[in-house]
Design a protein around this ligand. Structure first.
Ligand code: F6P
Length: 323
């Protein structure tokens, strides 16, 4: 193995730069050249790449976003797109490829391996934490902390005006950010799509809280398939029970910012391990962390849908503590 490629794909996540740095510098320590593809899979399709050197990695560890840019690439879902990618990779002399992204990105990486024998290793990077086979993904901890700081501010104004707030956090089909931030922020309720709760039960819980003397409440809602549905919920509260709720959608602010120490450490360890795995001949795997141990997980497992549910004990504890 002489030359490896690395790219970031899907939605960006804080800590991706720390992973790129660890991949690049570990590769260089092992006398490998590193090529960075720009803009995810489309960078491979359009031959947009550059040689990454140790000094290029200076001062990126603490920066949010990704210096390699990121994106979702529809062309890659077609076999012809993947055939072109494989040709370009071979022409660029790439002996191994590291994909930093989520389950969608890994589905493409796996197809490249199965159809064209490209040696791929994945690093889970998404704020959603919805990749199976790893307890945590790069970017999740930062997103939770960002959302938490914002909700703490919302609580100040909710408390001052005795108001009910519905706060939408990110998570396409994933309730992890909602569950973690809901518990950390002392929310009254966390609503996620994999454990649906009837609107009337939520209303009843809020009305009971008001009767117990609570004057302000925060309900954290995971965005689910489409951002903005939280407005419908507010409307239902008003129509069904005359409950006025303010809506706050935290949105893309959760994807930005300097990564937390936890994300920098996770990304650095995963980046180093991914290169080591390629050198040792592992393919079609993702680096994961399970109960504190760093492990290699087959990509086949990592891309399985609905394998990683929102932790229900978090939802129960939120209720239990919100008396
Ligand atoms: O996958 C990460 C994520 O931030 C989701 O939580 C969110 O639904 C989605 O990306 C938003 O994607 P985009 O930035 O393409 O609108």
């Amino acid at each position: 193995m002489k030359r490896i490629g690395v790219f970031t794909s899907g939605g960006d996540a804080p800590g991706m730069n720390a992973a790129i740095r660890a991949v690049t510098r570990t590769a260089i320590q092992n006398q490998l050249e590193v090529i960075g593809f720009i803009g995810g899979y489309s960078g491979i399709l359009q031959n947009q790449f550059r040689l990454l050197q140790a000094r290029d990695m200076a001062n990126i560890l603490q920066r949010g976003g990704t210096i390699l840019k990121a994106g979702r690439c529809a062309e890659f879902f077609r076999p012809e797109g993947r055939a072109l990618a494989a040709r370009n990779l071979k022409e660029a002399g790439i002996d191994g490829l590291i994909c930093i992204g989520g389950d969608g990105s890994f589905t493409g990486a796996r197809a490249l391996f199965l159809e064209h024998q490209i040696a791929v290793v994945g690093i889970p990077g998404t704020i959603d934490n919805d990749v199976a086979g790893t307890d945590f993904t790069v970017g999740f901890d930062t997103a939770v902390n960002t959302a938490l700081h914002l909700i703490d501010k919302i609580r100040d104004t909710a408390d001052s005006h005795d108001r009910l707030f519905l706060v939408e956090v990110m998570g396409r089909n994933s309730g992890f950010i909602a569950a973690y931030v809901g518990l950390a922020a002392g929310a009254e309720e966390v609503l996620v799509s994999d454990f649906p709760v009837p609107v009337d039960s939520v209303i009843k819980r809020i009305q009971e809280a008001i009767q117990r003397g609570k004057r302000s409440s925060i309900i954290v809602v995971a965005e689910g398939e489409k951002s903005g549905r939280v407005y419908d919920l507010a409307e239902q509260f008003r129509k069904r029970a005359g409950l006025e709720a303010k809506v706050a959608i935290l949105g893309h602010v959760q994807r930005g910012g300097s990564p937390t120490a936890a994300d920098r450490i996770l990304a650095s360890r995963m980046g180093a391990m991914a290169v080591d795995a390629l050198i040792k001949g592992h393919r079609d795997v993702m680096v994961g962390v399970q109960a504190g141990q760093f492990v290699l997980v087959p990509l086949e497992l990592a891309i399985q849908k609905n394998q990683k549910q929102t932790p229900q004990e978090f939802l129960k504890l939120v209720h239990y503590l919100a008396i």
